[in-house]
Write a protein that binds this ligand. Structure first.
Ligand code: SF4
Length: 693
C-alpha cells in the first residue's frame, strides 16, 4: 500500500494491551510490524526485560489485512468507500442538523482508553468546545469508575498509590482480591510471584481458584459479590485484637470512631454466613496483614463491577488505612487498571461527564474560567450523562447522534441486546476505529484510524507513569491518527486547532491539568523511566508513591468512609439456579477486537466457553467439551462447556472476549449509584445441554 515506510524502523514504545505499561522496541518494515525486542532496562521500569504473550505476539493485528483503509459511508444498508472529504462533511452536516433540531445535548461522544492521552484530551475538547455537549464518557465507566469514586472520597486521588517494582515487587504482604492477576496483568503477577518466593505473604480472596492462588500463603474461596462482609470483618477483628495502627489513625485520618461502630456487626459468624469465609481464614489473614511491616492491597474488576462497587473499594481502603499501609514505601492501594491507557486517557484526561481533565469539577466557576480562557469557549457547566445513562437516553430518543472513537459497546455494555436496540434508534452514528468492529457495523460513517504502533503520544500506566509511545510503521491506506481526524473534524465545525503535533497538546494539558503541570515532551524524551503524576511543575520530579506527607484534601487527612453491607442484586433461585461470574484469559483482550485477529493467540483460546464444576456437569448431564445453552433473564448464548473444579459447584464462569457466545447477552443493567458501573460480575443463569437436535 502507498505511503508505508520502506526501511526497517525501530521504535522504543509502550505496550498497547494492559496497563502494566511494559516497554520494548517495536520493529517495522514496509508497513508491517516485524517483532518486539527488549529495550534499555532504564526505560522499562515496569517490566525489566519481560513481556507477556500479548506484548510479544499480540502486535500481529496491526498487520491484519482487515484493517480499515478508507472511510466508509452506509447507503441502503451497505457500506461503500468514500473520500475523507465526503465522509467528514457528512459527519459535520448530520451532527449539526441533529443539534439544530434537537439541541446541543442530543449528541454524545465516546472516547477510548486505548488512544493516547493527547487524543483523549482532544476527544473531550471536541465534545465540550466544538459540540457544546457534556455527554462524553469512555469505558473506564465500565471497569474502575467505582475505584476512582471510592479512592477520591477516602484518599483524594483516584489512582494506584504506589509503584509496581519498588513497592508491589518488594512488599512484605499482599491481599489480592477480585483480580485474576496472572491472566490480566501477567508481568505484574510475575513480580508478585518472585517476591512471594522470597518470603512475602500472599492472601488471595476469590470465588475461583485462579493461578495466583497456587502461590498463595492462603487461598480463601469467597461467595461472589459478598466482599464487603469479609473486608469489614477483617477491620473489626483487627480493632478488636488491638492490632490497628493507632498513631497513623490519630495523625493522618478522620472518621475512625464511626468506622469502628459500623464494622461491629461483622462478627466472624456473620462473615461466614454471608461470604463463606471461615473464622480461621478471616482472622489469620487479618492478623498477618496487620502485623506486617508493609502490605499491598491489590484488586480489579472482581471488586469494582458490582452495583455496590464503590462500597467494595471503600471497604478495602478502610483496611489499608486501619493498618497504616499508605504514604510509605512498599505499601499502598493498588487498583490494577485494565487498558494500556485507562488511567491517563480514560481518567486523567477527563473524557467523562462529571470530570474535566485532571478530575476538575465542571460546575466550579474558577475551573470553567480557566478552560474558557484557553479554549475561547466555556465548557458545558453541568454534569453530563454517564455511559449507561446515555444508552437509556438513546432509547428514549433524547440522544440522537453519537461519535464513538475506539470502543465496542455492542459487546462491552451490559445486556447488549438492549444496547443494540438503543444504537439502532440513533439518527446518526460515527465510529472511528482500526477495524470494522461489531459496533462499527451499526455506523452510518466509519472512519479508519491508526493503531498505537503508528503514532506518537503518551500512555499513563497503572502506577501513574506517563510514558512515550512511538511509531514503528505508517498506517495502512488512508487511515489517520485519532488526533488528526479530530483536528480535521473540529476545523470543519469552524474550530481551528493549531497544534504542530502531540507535544503541543501536552503543553495545553500541562497548562490546564495541575497533576500534569510539569509534563512536557522535552522532559519525557530525556527521562527514560517516564514521569509519575502528580508532576506539579517543571522543577518537580514526579511522585513515586502518593500521600507521603498528606492526603489530597485541604486538611491533608484521609477519610474513613464506612461501607454499608450490600450483596448481589440477583440471587440464584429455582428458575436460574447458578451464579455466573465473568473475567479474562491471558490470550485475549477485552472484546477481542485485536486479539481475535492474532493467530498465535487464537491458537490457544479460539472461542468462548463456560466453566462448570464436575458435580454440576453430572447433574446437568453435560460432558466436557460439549456445547451448552446458558440463559439469564436477559438472553441466552451457546458456548462450549469446560468441566473444571475451580469454583463452587453453584458458580460458573464465562470470559468476556468473544462476539460468539458474548457474555453480555446475559448481564444486567443494575448500576452502582455512585459510579454508575454496572453489575457485571454476578448474574443468575441456568444451563442446559443442547440435546440431539
Ligand atoms: Fe503488555 Fe501487559 Fe503483557 Fe506487559 S503485561 S506485555 S503491558 S499485556
Amino acid at each position: 500500500s502507498t505511503g508505508r515506510m520502506k526501511r526497517v524502523t525501530k521504535a522504543e514504545t509502550t505496550c498497547q494491551y494492559c496497563a502494566v505499561g511494559c516497554r520494548f522496541e517495536l520493529y517495522g518494515k514496509d508497513g508491517e510490524v516485524l517483532g518486539v525486542r527488549p529495550t534499555d532496562p532504564e526505560a522499562t521500569p515496569a517490566n525489566d526485560f519481560s513481556t507477556c504473550v500479548k506484548g510479544k505476539f499480540g502486535y500481529e493485528f496491526v498487520n491484519s489485512p482487515n484493517r480499515l483503509e478508507t472511510p466508509l459511508i452506509k447507503e441502503d444498508g451497505e457500506f461503500r468507500e468514500a473520500s475523507w472529504d465526503e465522509a467528514l462533511d457528512l459527519v459535520v452536516d448530520r451532527l449539526s442538523e441533529i443539534q439544530d433540531e434537537h439541541g446541543d445535548d442530543s449528541v454524545a461522544v465516546t472516547s477510548s482508553s486505548k488512544a493516547t492521552n493527547e487524543e483523549n484530551f482532544l476527544n473531550q475538547k471536541f465534545a465540550r468546545q466544538v459540540l457544546n455537549t457534556p455527554h462524553v464518557d469512555n469505558c473506564a465507566r465500565l471497569c474502575h469508575s467505582s475505584t476512582v469514586a471510592g479512592l477520591k472520597q477516602t484518599l483524594g486521588f483516584g489512582a494506584m498509590s504506589n509503584r509496581i517494582n519498588e513497592d508491589i515487587g518488594e512488599t512484605d504482604c499482599y491481599l489480592i482480591t477480585g483480580s485474576n492477576t496472572t491472566e490480566s496483568h501477567p508481568v505484574l503477577a510475575t513480580r508478585i510471584k518472585q517476591n512471594v518466593d522470597e518470603g512475602a505473604d500472599l492472601f488471595v480472596f476469590e470465588p475461583r481458584k485462579i493461578g495466583l492462588a497456587e502461590h498463595a500463603t492462603q487461598y480463601t474461596r469467597t461467595k461472589p459479590g459478598e466482599d464487603i462482609a469479609w473486608l469489614n470483618g477483617m477491620v473489626r477483628h483487627i480493632i478488636e485484637e488491638d492490632l490497628h495502627d493507632e498513631s497513623f489513625i490519630e495523625e493522618r485520618t478522620k472518621g475512625f470512631e464511626e468506622l469502628k461502630e459500623k464494622v461491629e456487626p461483622f462478627t466472624p459468624q456473620k462473615v461466614e454466613e454471608l461470604a463463606g469465609v471461615s473464622e480461621e481464614d478471616l482472622t489469620n489473614a487479618a492478623e498477618t496483614i496487620a502485623k506486617a511491616d508493609s502490605c499491598i492491597f491489590g484488586w480489579a474488576m472482581g471488586m469494582t463491577q458490582h452495583a455496590h462497587g464503590t462500597r467494595n473499594v471503600l471497604a478495602i481502603t478502610n483496611l489499608a488505612l486501619v493498618t497504616g499501609n499508605l504514604g510509605k514505601p512498599r505499601a499502598g492501594v493498588s487498583p490494577f487498571r485494565g487498558q494500556n491507557n485507562v488511567q491517563g486517557g480514560g481518567g486523567d484526561m477527563g473524557p467523562a461527564p462529571h470530570n474535566l481533565p485532571g478530575y476538575q469539577d465542571p460546575t466550579d466557576e474558577d475551573v470553567l474560567e480557566k478552560f474558557e480562557s484557553e479554549w475561547g469557549v466555556r465548557p458545558p457547566d453541568r454534569v453530563g450523562l454517564r455511559l449507561p445513562e446515555q444508552y437509556e437516553a438513546m432509547d428514549d430518543g433524547n440522544i440522537r447522534g453519537m461519535y464513538i472513537m475506539g470502543e465496542n459497546p455492542v459487546l462491552s455494555e451490559p445486556d447488549i441486546r438492549d444496547a443494540e436496540h438503543a444504537i439502532e434508534k440513533l439518527d446518526f452514528l460515527v465510529v472511528q476505529d482500526i477495524f470494522l468492529t461489531e459496533t462499527a457495523q451499526f455506523a452510518d460513517v466509519v472512519l479508519p484510524a491508526a493503531s498505537a504502533a503508528e503514532k506518537y503520544g503518551t500512555f499513563t500506566n497503572t502506577e501513574r507513569r506517563i510514558q512515550m509511545v512511538r511509531p514503528a510503521v505508517s498506517s495502512p491506506g488512508e487511515a489517520r491518527t485519532d488526533m488528526d481526524i479530530l483536528t480535521d473534524v473540529a476545523g470543519r465545525f469552524g474550530y481551528e486547532w493549531e497544534y504542530d503535533g502531540p507535544a503541543d497538546v501536552m503543553d495545553e494539558i500541562s497548562r490546564l491539568v495541575p497533576i500534569y503541570g510539569g509534563v512536557n515532551y522535552d522532559r519525557l524524551e530525556s527521562t527514560p523511566e517516564g514521569l509519575q503524576w502528580p508532576v506539579w511543575d517543571d522543577d518537580h520530579s514526579g511522585t513515586p508513591y502518593l500521600y507521603d506527607e498528606e492526603f489530597n484534601f485541604d486538611d491533608g487527612l484521609a477519610r474513613f468512609v464506612p461501607a454499608d453491607y450490600a450483596g448481589p442484586v440477583e440471587m440464584p433461585d429455582e428458575q436460574y439456579p447458578l451464579m455466573l461470574t465473568s473475567g479474562r484469559v491471558l490470550y485475549h483482550w477485552h472484546t477481542g477486537t485485536m486479539t481475535r485477529r492474532v493467530e498465535a493467540l487464537m491458537h490457544h483460546v479460539p472461542e468462548s466457553f463456560v466453566t462448570i464444576h464436575h458435580k454440576m456437569a453430572e447433574d446437568l448431564g453435560v460432558e466436557d467439551g460439549e456445547y451448552v445453552r446458558v440463559e439469564s433473564r436477559r438472553g441466552d448464548i451457546v458456548v462450549k462447556a469446560n468441566v473444571e473444579d475451580t469454583a463452587d459447584p453453584g458458580v460458573v464462569f464465562i470470559p468476556m472476549h468473544f462476539a460468539q457466545g458474548a457474555i453480555n447477552e446475559l448481564t444486567q443493567h443494575e448500576l452502582d449509584p455512585t459510579s454508575y458501573i454496572p453489575e457485571y460480575k454476578v448474574t443468575s443463569v441456568r444451563i442446559a445441554p443442547l440435546g440431539p437436535d
